[in-house]
Design a protein around this ligand. Structure first.
Ligand code: SF4
Length: 122
């Protein structure tokens, strides 16, 4: 049996997951979201990644970024390595893609701050 805590809402139900053949049986959830959360965690865990990238602009040396979806948990270190290698040489608006299809996950890394605005404000 595996124990998990559902993070889909602030209640934080304690879940118990047991395998029955190929199927997971989930208990302790107060709603269906908890069952889906547990099955996803057990079969294909994913996470959003938030970080920053370097820029060439000394007024704004780092820009905040995030993935525009969840990447497989097993790819997170590889995703972070790719993010850490970026040196942004062009001003970008919020939401612009900084890394397309990061680590072949089908997910993009996008800007979460507006570098053009930040540079003009300096
Ligand atoms: S199982 Fe439902 S009620 Fe419980 S924490 Fe998850 S989302 Fe919230």
């Amino acid at each position: 049996m595996k124990n998990l805590i559902c993070i889909e809402c602030p209640i934080g139900c304690g879940l118990q997951a047991e395998k029955n053949g190929e199927q997971w049986i989930i208990k302790g959830n107060r709603c269906r979201k908890g069952e889906q959360f547990a099955i996803n965690e057990l079969t294909d865990p994913r996470r959003s990644v938030c970080s920053t990238v370097k820029t060439i602009f000394k007024e704004v040396p780092r820009l905040s970024v995030r993935t525009d979806g969840e990447v497989p948990l097993k790819s997170i270190f590889e995703v972070m390595e790719q993010i850490n290698r970026v040196i942004l040489e062009r001003p970008v608006h919020i939401g612009e893609v900084i890394i397309e299809n990061v680590c072949n996950t089908g997910i993009n890394v996008i800007a979460t701050s507006d570098l053009i605005y930040l540079l003009e404000a300096k």
